[in-house]
Design a protein. Structure first.
Length: 131
């Protein structure tokens, strides 16, 4: 199984990023017989796009043969592409990459089946944090 985890710097000790399409990097982990066998960190060049970052990175991960994604939140367009490619998405907020992958192996992560709500502004009320 090949698992892509959204991260900020990459590696097994990095935390799972709360964002998917605009994550700085992805840590791609190969799992064989319930064990982590290979780790690759790839920079997310799509993160700086004006729009469509989630869709672009979803297609990139599908092309890399990823079977599962672990992230914090995922938007509707990205989730649609991942679902169409047969890639399951799981929530790994607050965990390290290693912890999240180990929980996935044990079946302990929550599957994300509907898109996350957008969080806009500093106080999530939209705009630039103004009331």
């Amino acid at each position: 199984m090949k698992v892509a985890v959204s991260t900020t710097s990459g590696g097994l000790d990095d935390k799972v990023s709360e964002v998917f399409g605009r994550a700085v990097s992805f840590t791609i982990v190969d799992v064989e017989d319930g064990e982590i066998k290979n780790v690759e960190v790839v920079r997310n060049d799509f993160a700086v796009r004006g729009g469509g970052a989630g869709v672009a990175v979803s297609q990139f991960l599908a092309d890399k043969g990823v079977n599962a994604v672990i992230t914090g939140n995922v938007g509707p367009n990205a989730l649609g592409v991942l679902s169409s490619a047969g890639i399951k998405v799981y929530r790994g907020s607050g965990l390290t990459v290693k912890e999240a992958v180990e929980k996935l192996i044990k079946g302990e992560l929550e599957e994300i089946t509907s898109p996350s709500q957008p969080k806009m502004g500093r106080w999530r009320r939209g705009g630039r944090g103004q009331w």
